[in-house]
Design a protein around this ligand. Sequence first.
Ligand SMILES: Nc1nc2c(c(=O)[nH]1)N[C@H]1C(S)=C(S)[C@@H](COP(=O)(O)OP(=O)(O)OC[C@H]3O[C@@H](n4cnc5c(N)ncnc54)[C@H](O)[C@@H]3O)O[C@H]1N2
Ligand code: MOO
Length: 551
Amino acid sequence: MSPCWPGRPGSRASTCRARRRRWCSEERGRHARRNSRGPDRSRPGRGVPRHRRPLRAAGARRAGGAGGRRGGRAAAGREGPAPGGAWRRGGLAGPDERHGRLPAARRRRGGAPAAPGLPRSGARPHHAGAGMNAITPGFARADLTCPGGGMPFEEARARVLALAEASLPAETVPLEACCGRIAAAPLQARLDLPRFDQSAMDGYAIAMGAALPGAWLPVAGRTAAGEAPGWLAPATAHRILTGAPLPEGADAVIAQEHVVLREGFIQLAGLPAPGTNLRRRAEDIRAGEVLIHPGTRLDWRHVTLLAAQGVEAVPVRRHPRLVLLSSGRELRGTGQPLAPGQIHDSNTPMLRALLRSWGVAVQSRPAVADEAGAMRDALREAAGKADLVLTTAGISVGDEDHVREALRALGGELAVLKVAMKPGKPLAAGRIGGALFLGLPGNPQAALAGALAFLRPLLARMAGAPAPRPVVSRAGFALRRRPGRAEFLPVRLHSRDGVLEAARTGPDGSGRLSPLLGASGLAFLEAGLQELRPGDALDVLPFGAEGEALA
Ligand SMILES: Nc1nc2c(c(=O)[nH]1)N[C@H]1C(S)=C(S)[C@@H](COP(=O)(O)OP(=O)(O)OC[C@H]3O[C@@H](n4cnc5c(N)ncnc54)[C@H](O)[C@@H]3O)O[C@H]1N2
Ligand code: MOO
């Protein structure tokens, strides 16, 4: 059975919901009993369709809140069809209105004022319209404790992408500064290329109608590259150099090594076909044709073509402003001594370097202390200057995990609380102030999986570019697994018998770093997959740009 990246033809529906129902049968029993009694009027909103229930006030505590144990079975993952198909549609498809976006009424209101010090939601045009006053309804009841729970990966991904409601604004940069940037507008050819009929060789221009094999023709006239076109006198040859405009009346060029030159005359050995050694006007590029489509990541190839068109400045998407916060009192920077129980922060350098390899710069700072107030302050400051606030760690359910609580206290909202994926289950996404928010887990492989599966497509979406597609390879290994969660495994892609094969680079363990060394990407196993056999098709999210190159 071959696993498929969501949305690829042949992708199978996830069985996660059914499984979660089984894991959480006790909770379900409670729901069933409540439902059989009809609407519970003792609890506001019970018995009313979820999307019609009133919103809660900012920071309100809920009995069945995000961290609570009750009512969590009603997590939005069960409320309707997972959008799916997002990757197939270029990673740009959003989920339906009810699942991935704020309720319409909420959007119209624009949300309540943000917490002090935070810009009002919508301050930035590219994700305007977000209300900031509460955790998204429906997720308030998301269950963080149900083992194996979490939103199906495809739905989480669609929700994360839907957070970026519009692309970043455009700006204009000098031609050579456009490498690595995303084109913000269609770039059309201004000029025909070649601009004029021209010679492709150093030789002699002739008119085929007037030429006979073996005849001697006087050489009359000469044109070099850069000169205006001359004209060909009847029954003569015209000396011409590579790149020079073809003289009027000529229709072929004979390379100089194919003629005999004597005392100002050339003798033709044979007759070439008309058009020989010519480059015709516009045979390469025609003025008006679209050379580069919006959303293209620009590189030296585009610089070359745009330069040939005389383009000096290029409209590109503004760089996203990213702020990265790590948290944990155990974390020390590189070069800092380690006390017992401490470790070096590797997630910050990992994410900085990975993002740099994708052409994205990020602001970071030393790890935030494991303390609610410190996390609130750091998030508030970050949200004030970022398009996207990225955190690692502190997102799970432990006593020292303060990110969600701080976000909630600041009036932020979450569209994703927990994802049925391995590693990376405690992953959250939403908005804070005018910024998007993505909370990655602390375990390094979990943070990496979140970066490849969510951060990279989200950045692409913000830039108006298609998400890099997975590389389709074949599995070079076998595994059996318990279905239920999408899974990401470090693999090395290599060629075997001319086919791209993926080999595992280490044992399981989201805290392990050594498997990353030999890896070129993360293999994606669909949630429902039970067995993978050598030779099965396997999607791999490459760390680098291979996905784009092979798309
Ligand atoms: N009772 C439960 N405990 C945990 C669950 C759960 O569902 N129930 N989930 C586990 C999973 S899975 C993960 S992943 C982690 C994620 O938790 P956090 O995101 O809150 O991260 P921390 O607990 O702060 O750290 C986890 C781990 O990662 C190390 N870490 C953190 N930051 C860094 C960094 N910048 N560089 C290197 N290593 C880092 C940290 O020391 C921990 O070892 O929660 C599980 N627990
Ligand atoms: O999912 Mo955790 O992310 O396994 O390490």
